[in-house]
Design a protein around this ligand. Structure first.
Ligand code: RM4
Ligand code: MN
Ligand code: MN
Length: 424
């Protein structure tokens, strides 16, 4: 369903006075206001094609209806999100959940909504119907060379789809691991993974990158072959300059200092991409910022500081993507909330008084450091983000417009109550 610009303008008109009041209040204290707004305007977060349907757990799945039945319909949903928030201008495909049968036609649908294709993702954690060998005991790390070869070939095929769509990165997440002590020889598993990734690396086009994602557990519960950022970085360093590490916020054991990890990966020029979500316990894949928005801010503070130290463009030098699952909420509403939370944390990080913080660090003034960080974190930056959206032609209140236009009911009418989207 296309969201007409006139409906957005109408809704914005009604909120205009209130917005102006709130904007003026916060803007008065922002140094380099125009630069800050422009950076917020430029910052986009990719939407994964697998997150537009209802997610499930191993216990069940409760669909809210109107789920996209095809890749085209998924693109339409991302188009609706982007029309409202002007901050989600790309989509990331998971193959084979979403195979573009006609790349040109799919590209045209995406372009119609102002979208492009972000990183493509391979899937060697599930067996497909027509597949000859099983991934039950892993893929790129498998003890059997024939299974490794099948998984390598799948990744190379995913690159080919990506090339047709104009994407330029392959994102690899492996479920490979073990559930019981003694099941695996860790070194062999690592070496096999490295060799398989080397073959995939050799197939990357000139301007392509490969992003190596890590995860400490699940679906296997004793070991994961790429279990943490050290193992991912080790692989990326051995592979070469086109390889780097992808950080998924949910892929850390509780209380891990993720902001320190991103700081060091940036220092090494090895932070490739980001999967945003939030969690209380593990890879919960909850709405970004719903559990621990302060941690998200601290991560963004390191991201902004680290990217500035290397002269990197915030919006484009790292792949920003949501990787979440929606079991309870309407997926589109959940994604709108996630994008908003990311932009809030980013805007707050832009407000940190970096010169004062540096001084506090050099004089070991922990009190001042905390005051500086929390002054930025406690600023209500929502009017700045709304203003950036307005300047891009989006809605002052995306969620409000989505609800007042009753988009979900229309999608249910159009697609049906019991449709099932491919994905998680
Ligand atoms: C994994 C990981 C990957 C994602 C899959 C669906 O836990 O986060 O990035 O592609 O889930
Ligand atoms: Mn992920
Ligand atoms: Mn995950």
């Amino acid at each position: 369903m296309l969201i007409e610009k006139s409906r957005i303008d109408e809704a914005n008109h009604q909120l205009s006075n209130k917005h102006q009041r709130q904007f003026d209040y916060v803007a008065a204290d922002v140094k380099n206001l125009d630069e800050v707004i422009q950076k917020i305007q430029a910052f986009n977060i990719a939407i994964p094609s697998w997150a537009l349907g209802t997610g499930g757990t191993r216990f069940g799945r409760f669909s809210g209806g109107g789920e996209p039945r095809t890749l085209e319909e998924k693109i339409e949903d991302v188009g609706a999100i982007h029309a409202l928030n002007k901050s989600s201008n790309s989509i990331s495909l998971h193959i084979p959940w979403d195979i573009p049968s006609n790349a040109d036609a799919i590209k045209a649908v995406a372009a119609h909504h102002g979208l492009r294709f972000d990183a493509v993702n391979s899937n060697t954690f599930q067996d497909q119907k027509d597949q000859s060998l099983s991934y039950k005991f892993g893929s790129l790390h498998h003890s059997d060379k024939a299974v490794r070869k099948q998984a390598v070939e799948h990744n190379i095929e995913v690159i080919k789809y990506g090339v047709e769509l104009g994407s330029n990165a392959l994102s690899v997440w492996l479920a490979d691991g073990s559930s019981f002590p003694g099941q695996l020889n860790f070194r062999n598993a690592f070496q096999n993974t490295l060799e398989s990734l080397q073959e995939i690396y050799a197939a990357l086009p000139q301007d392509w990158k490969v992003w190596v994602e890590y995860k400490p557990y699940e679906p296997y519960f004793y070991s994961t072959t790429i279990g943490d950022w050290g193992q991912s970085l080790l692989l990326a360093n051995k592979l070469g300059p086109k390889a780097s590490t992808l950080v998924d916020l949910g892929h850390h054991l509780p209380n891990t200092n993720i902001e320190q990890i991103v700081s060091l990966l940036l220092m090494e020029g090895k932070l490739a991409g980001f999967h945003f979500n939030d969690s209380k316990y593990g890879d919960d894949d909850l709405t970004v910022g719903s559990i621990n928005p302060y941690q998200l801010f601290l991560i963004f503070n390191e991201l902004v500081e680290g990217m500035d130290a290397r002269g990197m463009a915030h919006a484009t030098s790292i792949g920003w993507m949501i990787d979440a699952s929606h079991n309870v909420k309407d997926p589109i509403e959940d994604l709108l909330q996630s994008v908003e939370a990311i932009k809030i944390a980013y805007a707050q990080a832009l407000l940190v008084d970096t010169a004062a913080l540096k001084q506090a660090q050099e004089s070991n003034d922990a009190v001042a450091a905390q005051e500086i960080l929390q002054a930025a974190y406690r600023t209500d930056v929502r009017p700045l983000i709304a203003e950036a959206r307005l300047r891009e032609g989006g809605a002052l209140n995306p969620l409000g417009v989505y609800r007042s236009l009753d988009v979900r009911s229309n999608l249910i009418k159009e697609r049906g109550q019991n449709t099932v989207a491919t994905g998680l």
